[in-house]
Design a protein around this ligand. Sequence first.
Ligand code: GTP
Length: 413
Amino acid sequence: MELLRFTTAGSVDDGKSTLIGRLLYDTKSIFEDQYEEIENSSKRRGEENVNLALLTDGLRAEREQGITIDVAYRYFATPKRKFIIADTPGHIQYTRNMVTGASTANLAIILVDARKGVSEQTKRHSFIASLLQIPHVVFAINKMDLIDYDEEKFEQIKEDITNFASKLEVKDIHFIPISALNGDNVVNQSEKMPWYKGSTLLYLLENLHLSSDHNHTDARFPVQNVIRPQSEKYHDYRSFAGRIAGGVFRKGEEVIVYPSGFTSRIKAIDTFNGEIDEAYAPMSVSFQLEDEIDISRGDLIAKPNNSPTASQDIDLMVSWLGDTPLNPSAKYLVKHTTSDVRAIVKEIKYKIDISTLDKNFEDKSIGTNDIARIRIRTTKPLFFDKYSRNRISGSLIIIDEATNVTVGAGMII
Ligand SMILES: Nc1nc2c(ncn2[C@@H]2O[C@H](COP(=O)(O)OP(=O)(O)OP(=O)(O)O)[C@@H](O)[C@H]2O)c(=O)[nH]1
């Protein structure tokens, strides 16, 4: 069954928790006793309706004690698909949380309060979604019940969003008028908005075409592990395990290994369920090669005539996640796919004001939640692609060596 990863974003109180609760409840993904529990809490709090937000807020309260990065992952499934929701609270640390939750997402739901329309947060979240190149973005115009399910107001918000989104790189945009509280257009089609002819949120989540989210052109296989069993029986066995980051690999095809540049052919493709003839992103497989060449963790297997860029000077957009500002004279550790290298920040080109999208060339201080264009120099060449071409081989993370904390998420330009 296919897996869809999505993230929710919105300002505080736009209804993220209620929406997630509604999705879980209407798809029957919660247990009877969980429902009874929130039913009782709602009564105790003197609330008229069962407050579905309590379902996720309860879990949140628990995790807010002592976990630095505030993203909770929730799972549910329908007969059609499996889902992982990265639930990020909307308060101050928005950028950091959204970047963390969204980096592997296929889709982002950006909530907009129908009464307020496009807000500063809507713009920030849309910018981050475009920066991270989340392939699909759904603007859920929530609380339609509070504006009498007014079609004109919905159309106006849609137009406002379309106008500023035209400046961004978002490939696939959807708009759905919903009421998370009452369940309109979340799982069930609303009877209150006969003018809306589009699909419900769940229908969209279940039916979106996902295979084109991966790069199927440039074959990239970062080696995670060399498998060399100790037992007599597998005496001559050696294979290279990892997850395909792009393209298609077939048995018998010629491959090239970086950084060595040696070539060989694929003798076999092993998987957990046995041998296969063809493998593509995002499958986890292990390659046996025909020649005995030296390969270790961090190497990249690709195909001749389709090489990645090799360089030690790398330009990137960085989203700063650290609590302490970027230190231009520090050495950082950089993790790029399966390889680790040391790096320094050579240049801070500019910082982006994410509410206006303006570039600031004067202020070079990069603190928490800032997004900036920088250039780093690594101690060894990295073999990479542009982030716009491949979200895996085009991204890296920056780690503070002293504390081992991830301080930056970088998208290679
Ligand atoms: N009338 C109406 N109220 C809603 C709707 N969705 C959410 N609310 C209410 O809006 C308030 C905030 O909802 P939450 O789901 O807690 O908002 P949130 O975005 O998760 O907030 P944080 O978790 O604090 O970021 C609650 O009182 C909800 O009952 C809706 O569709 N209609």
